[in-house]
Structure formats: C-alpha cells, structure tokens
Design a protein around this ligand. Structure first.
Ligand code: PH2
Ligand code: MG
Ligand code: MG
Length: 179
C-alpha cells in the first residue's frame, strides 16, 4: 500500500461573536483530533479590526500550521465539521458577516485548486493583514504556490508586499492581551 505523503497546511482561525478566545481555543483542541493530521504550530492571538463591507465587532485571529496526509477537500470537510460543532451556521450567516468561528484553509502543500467549494491557495490570503501577520509569526518561510491570485512567494514576502502597498494599517492587528 502506498504511504500517503504528508504536506504542510496553513489554517486561519477567526471569531468575533461571544467568547472569542474560547472559540479559538476549542477549535484548536478539535484540530488536534483530526485524523492523519498533526498540529505543528499555533500562533499567538491577535485582535483585529473587522475587514469588509459589513459593520461588525473586532475579531480575534490566529494561524495554525498542520502536517497532514488528508487531501485538501478532506481537510476542508474536517474544518467545516469543527465549525458546525462550535455553533457556526453557514446558512444563517452572511458572507463577510459576524461569526462564532471561521476556519479557512489557506495553503495545502503545493496544491493549486479552483473549485466551487475550495480555492487554493486562498484567493484573498495576500490581501489580509489579519491572516498574514499571525501566519508570518509562525511560518515566515512557508511557500504560497503561484496561482491566479499571485506569484509563488513565502509568507514573509507576501507580508512585505502588503506592507509596501499600505495594506497594513497601524493598530489594526495587535497582539491580544486578555485582561
Ligand atoms: N473575516 C471575515 C470578514 N472580515 N475581519 C477580520 N479582522 N478578521 C477576520 O477573520 C474576518 C474579517 C470573513 O471571514
Ligand atoms: Mg471561512
Ligand atoms: Mg474567513
């Protein structure tokens, strides 16, 4: 039997409803139990200004690095079931709107995917300081494959490009210090 290859995958975690830090912690606990998957690193938590067209409360965001032999779609299914177990209702929620927990698959090894359920690398990854800052804190050298959304770059390179274009607003993504 062929031994499935393990690849590095990057996940973005976000919450802006209820006990935000607890939701991120519960999600990480559940991620640890995904089959054929190991948690390699988890970033500190950052408090971030909401991005997008809908007025809503501040988010807590973090990033995690996994090693997995699951396919991109199998890993996405596992992340969606964790979202549901933490009370996320995708039907009721608005796109871009407030959410108890959001687990976004950002990068899965060298996979480049364009599909109705999944785009890899994540199409908006390079535009989002609330994703790149936590991710760069744990995996600056992780390679983002080339896709329609941009060239092959490390996470640190993508963050430097975003900074150079004014996409990193001072104070909009700061380390979270619970009181
Ligand atoms: N997620 C969104 C919309 N806007 N803003 C921040 N700061 N952090 C998020 O995780 C976020 C957002 C939709 O997924
Ligand atoms: Mg999502
Ligand atoms: Mg999201």
């Amino acid at each position: 039997l062929p031994v499935p290859a393990f690849v590095s995958a990057a996940i973005a975690l976000g919450s802006n409803v209820g006990d935000r830090a607890r939701h991120l912690g519960s999600a990480l606990d559940a991620i640890v139990s995904i089959p054929r998957t190991e948690l390699r690193a988890a970033s500190r938590i950052f408090e971030t200004m909401p991005v997008g067209p809908i007025p809503q409360g501040r988010y807590l965001n973090s990033a995690a690095i996994l090693s997995t032999s699951l396919s991109p779609h199998a890993l996405l299914d596992a992340l969606h079931s964790i979202e549901r177990s933490l009370g996320r209702d995708r039907e009721a929620g608005q796109r871009w709107g407030p959410r108890t927990i959001d687990l976004d698959l950002l990068v899965h090894g060298e996979a480049v995917v364009e599909g109705p359920e999944l785009t890899l690398p994540h199409p908006r990854l390079r535009e989002r300081a609330f994703v790149l800052i936590p991710l760069a804190s744990v995996a600056p050298d992780l390679v983002i494959p080339a896709s329609d959304a941009g060239p092959e770059q490390t996470v640190a390179q993508a963050l430097a490009v975003l900074e150079a274009s004014g996409g990193v607003v001072p104070g909009a993504c700061i380390l979270y210090e619970p009181e």
